[in-house]
Design a binder for this molecule. Sequence first.
Ligand SMILES: [Zn+2]
Length: 64
Amino acid sequence: MIKSKNKICPRCKQVIIGYPAISRADNKTEICSNCGIIEALEVFIKSQSKGDEKNNNEDNKETS
Ligand SMILES: [Zn+2]
């Protein structure tokens, strides 16, 4: 029997090959290194566009 230790990247749904990266979203989710790079880029892009977008998050209170 083959013991499958392969982990699936929750971002791209592909098997993580080699060392996984840790998602910056929660600092514990293992993602593939490719997605790790993408997340790093996204953080970089977000930091670049800061001030360009308004933060409306606190305005979005939806109480049921
Ligand atoms: Zn991935």
